[in-house]
Ligand binder design. Structure first.
Ligand SMILES: [Zn+2]
Length: 352
């Protein structure tokens, strides 16, 4: 790989009251003409206040994001393309952040990510996830130029979202093992730096599982920091490789098949238990009880039924997962488990 530069967010604030830094960050970009993307609920709680503050110094347009889709992003781009926007501020949950990434990329201007939830690593990654015609799609975008994660706001979102974020963070454990497998078995290029950035915060939260408390600011901060680092690792490689392996294939399969009612991080959390089981059995470098125990400790689902999935659906999703994105070499490609082996795995891990 040739020497190259990598865009990553250099302005990152993770703390209580971090939203107070928005103006300081905007000032650094030297932009005068801003667009604020948010939704009506967030606008009532914090967005309106932020808009009023910024309007004292800048020209600012506000749009409500109603759907996470390409059409929604294109509609907003059409409406603002004549007004010389210099900076996009996305304030909200995953839907708002994803649309903001696409809008800023289309306009080729910087984007400030201000997540109000921390349910997955999309808060700082260069990838937008949409559903088109009921099927999931991923769009590569520029990464945010800045991330302002206000712990006070994030902790007030439903706790299920934080638990989901925890699941997405610990999925880096099997994702990075898959990447190492691909390096060793098929010679895929591997970045030790990106892998470390993805794995260290995941290992940290697992090692602290016994005390981890998603109602405590210090732990929420560790989780959010980990999710931001996860997004940065994706930016370094230019692919989701460090944060998405077989456990994500399992989750994508559930999405494609349209089964259950789990959130992304809940699905990949359960996927991580299953893939860690295979690492433990086949290579002796996994500990599925540790993964399962840590998810259970923070109250995330560890059984398929908790996210509305039957055992048959889990097995079907696992079989389907072997067929998708085959170029991404994972433990599924390496072991090619049979249906009977999947059944044994979900039984032994008590997933179903
Ligand atoms: Zn994910």
């Amino acid at each position: 790989m040739a020497f190259r530069t990598v865009p990553i967010p250099l302005e990152v604030y993770i703390k209580k009251g971090a939203i107070k830094n928005v103006r300081k960050v905007v000032e650094k970009f030297g932009s005068r003409n801003l667009v604020l993307l948010t939704d009506e609920v967030v606008y009532k709680i914090v967005g309106g206040k932020l808009e009023t503050e910024l309007a004292e110094y800048y020209s600012i347009n506000k749009f409500f994001v109603n759907r996470a889709s390409m059409d929604e992003a294109k509609k907003i781009v059409m409406e603002i393309s004549f007004s010389d926007v210099e900076l996009v501020i996305g304030l909200g949950g995953g839907k708002v952040i994803d649309v903001s990434k696409v809008v800023s990329t289309e306009l080729n201007v910087p984007f400030i990510s201000i997540p109000t939830t921390a349910s997955h690593d999309g808060i700082a990654s260069p990838v937008a996830s949409f559903k088109e015609n009921g099927k999931p799609i991923s769009i590569t975008t520029n990464p945010p130029a800045a991330v302002i994660a206000d712990i006070e706001i994030i902790k007030n979102a439903p706790i299920r979202l934080l638990r989901s974020g925890y699941g997405d963070l610990i999925s880096n454990i099997t994702a990075v093992k898959d990447w190492q497998l691909a390096r060793d078995k098929i010679g895929e290029s591997y970045s030790e730096v990106a892998a470390s950035i993805a794995i260290i915060p995941a290992e940290l939260v697992i090692s602290e599982a016994k005390n981890f408390d998603l109602l405590d600011d210090a732990y929420i901060t560790k989780l959010v920091r980990g999710l931001i680092m996860s997004g940065v690792s994706i930016s370094i490689v230019g692919s989701s490789r460090p944060a998405s392996g077989a456990e994500h294939k399992f989750s994508h399969s559930i999405d494609y098949l349209g089964y259950g009612n789990g959130l992304h991080g809940e699905q990949v959390g359960i996927g991580t238990i299953i893939m860690e089981y295979f690492y433990e059995k086949a290579y002796g470098n996994g500990d599925f009880c540790l993964v399962r125990g840590s998810l259970r400790k923070i109250g995330a689902p560890t059984a398929a039924a908790e996210i509305g999935l039957t055992k048959e659906q889990v097995i079907e999703a696992l079989m389907y997962a072997k067929k998708i994105r085959r170029k991404r070499y994972t433990i599924l490609e390496d072991l090619n488990p049979t249906k009977a082996e999947f059944e044994k795995a979900v039984e032994e891990t008590k997933v179903a």
